[in-house]
Design a protein around this ligand. Structure first.
Ligand code: RI2
Length: 351
C-alpha cells in the first residue's frame, strides 16, 4: 500500500499527466470526454463503473486502458481483501470492454496468471507489488521509447500524428508517439507537430493539441483529409502514430485514418513510423486483416456533442481502427530499438 501511495505522489510531483491513479480505496480517473474544456476527475468505486468508462471511452488509448485494467483488478483486490475469484472475475469483465487494443487483454492475462499462482493469504500484498512493478515499467518504457524514437527526428522536422498517442493514453510522460516527439523537443530539436483532429471522437483536436500545448511544443491542428496535400507541399517530414496492435508480420492496427496517412506518406516519400512496445505485438496474428476490429455505434458519427449533424435517417459506419500493411511502414519504434524490414523476422527477435 505504501509503495503505491509513494509512487503516485512521486509521479504527481514529477508533473506526469496520469490518466488514472488510486487514492485510499478508490480510483481517480480523468474523464477524457470532457477535455480540453474541463479536467474532471471521476471517482470510481466499482469495477463495473471502470468497465463502463472504458466502453464509453472516458478513459482510452491502449497504454491507459492497460493500466486501467491493472488498477481495476487492484481495486477489486482491496475491496475483497485478496479474494482470488473476485479479482479474476474483475479482470474478465474489464478485458471484454475494448476488443482491439491488445495491451488491455495481455496485461489482464498477465495479472490473472500471477494471482492464480498465489496462495490466498499472500494475494493482497503481492498483487499490489506486481501492480506497482507494471506501473514503474510502463513509465520507464515511455522514457526509453522516447529516446529510441527521438533519434529518427531531425532538427526542423514537422511531424504528423493521428489520434492521441500521448501522456493520458499511457502512464503520463508521453505515452507512445508523444513520448518520441516530447523527447526530441526536450533534446532541443526545433520541431512542429501537425495533429489530425481524428473524427469522430476528436482525440487529436481535444487531447493531443491539449497535451502539446501543455508541453510547450509548437503545433497546428488540421482535419483528417489535409495531410496528403501538406505532404505534396513538402510541409511534413515524418509521420509518427501510436499502435493498438501490431501483427506478427508488422501490419499495424491503429485508429481509423492511419492507413490513409501511410499511403499518402509513401506516395510522397515521407517516412512513416509507429511507436509501440514488444507487448503490443500479437504474434498469434499472422497479418493485420485477419483481425476483426471494433465497430462502434453509428450515432457516434451522426452526432457531435449530442447534436445530430446529418439528415434524419442517414446511415453511418464507424470502424474504430484500420489496418496499415507493413509495406507502408518505414520503422516500428519499440523500447528495444527501431525495428526495420523484414518485420516478420526482426519482430520475432522481440519474443
Ligand atoms: P497508444 C487510440 O484508440 C488510437 O488508436 C491511438 O493511436 C491509440 O489508442 C493510442 O494508444 P482509442 O483508444 O498507441 O482512442 O498510444 O480508440 O498506446
Amino acid at each position: 500500500m505504501k509503495r503505491l501511495a509513494e509512487l503516485t505522489k512521486r509521479w504527481k510531483d514529477e508533473g506526469l499527466l496520469m490518466p488514472i491513479w488510486m487514492e485510499e480505496n478508490q480510483l481517480c480517473m480523468v474523464n477524457q470526454l470532457k477535455l480540453p474544456h474541463e479536467m474532471i476527475i471521476v471517482a470510481i468505486n466499482e469495477v463495473e463503473e471502470l468497465a463502463e468508462a472504458i466502453r464509453t471511452m472516458a478513459i482510452r488509448g491502449s497504454g491507459a486502458i492497460g493500466i486501467a485494467g491493472v488498477y481495476g483488478m487492484l481495486l477489486e483486490c482491496r475491496k475483497s481483501k485478496g479474494n482470488k475469484a473476485r479479482i479474476v472475475d474483475a479482470g474478465r469483465l474489464l478485458s471484454m470492454t475494448r476488443p482491439t487494443a491488445v495491451n488491455l487483454i495481455k496485461t489482464i492475462q498477465q495479472m490473472t496468471d500471477y494471482v492464480n499462482q498465489l496462495g490466498e493469504g499472500e494475494i493482497e500484498d503481492l498483487f499490489e507489488e506486481k501492480a506497482c512493478d507494471i506501473l514503474e515499467n510502463q513509465l520507464a518504457f515511455e522514457k526509453q521509447l522516447g529516446e529510441n524514437g527521438a533519434e529518427l527526428i531531425d532538427d526542423g522536422d514537422a511531424i504528423l500524428t493521428h489520434c492521441h498517442s500521448g501522456a493520458l493514453a499511457g502512464s503520463g510522460f508521453g505515452g507512445r508517439a508523444l513520448s518520441v516527439i516530447r523527447t526530441a523537443f526536450l533534446q532541443g530539436k526545433r520541431i512542429h507537430v501537425y495533429t489530425c483532429e481524428t473524427r469522430p471522437y476528436l482525440q487529436g483536436a481535444r487531447i493531443t493539441a491539449f497535451e502539446l500545448e501543455k508541453f510547450g511544443i509548437p503545433h497546428t491542428l488540421i482535419t483528417d483529409g489535409m495531410p496528403g496535400y501538406l505532404m505534396e507541399l513538402g510541409k511534413i517530414q515524418k509521420v509518427i502514430v501510436g499502435s493498438d496492435r501490431v501483427a506478427a508480420n508488422g501490419d499495424l492496427i491503429n485508429k481509423v485514418g492511419t492507413y490513409m496517412h501511410a499511403v499518402a506518406a509513401k506516395e510522397n516519400g515521407v517516412p512513416f513510423y509507429t511507436a509501440t512496445s514488444a507487448h503490443t505485438i500479437d504474434f498469434q496474428l499472422r497479418r493485420g486483416l485477419d483481425l476483426e476490429v471494433e465497430y462502434r455505434p453509428e450515432t457516434e458519427v451522426t452526432y457531435i456533442n449530442g447534436q445530430m449533424i446529418a439528415a434524419e435517417g442517414t446511415k453511418a459506419l464507424y470502424p474504430a481502427f484500420d489496418v496499415t500493411p507493413n509495406r507502408f511502414i518505414s520503422g516500428i519504434i519499440t523500447e528495444a530499438g527501431v525495428i526495420r524490414q523484414p518485420f516478420g523476422e526482426n519482430l520475432n527477435k522481440l519474443r
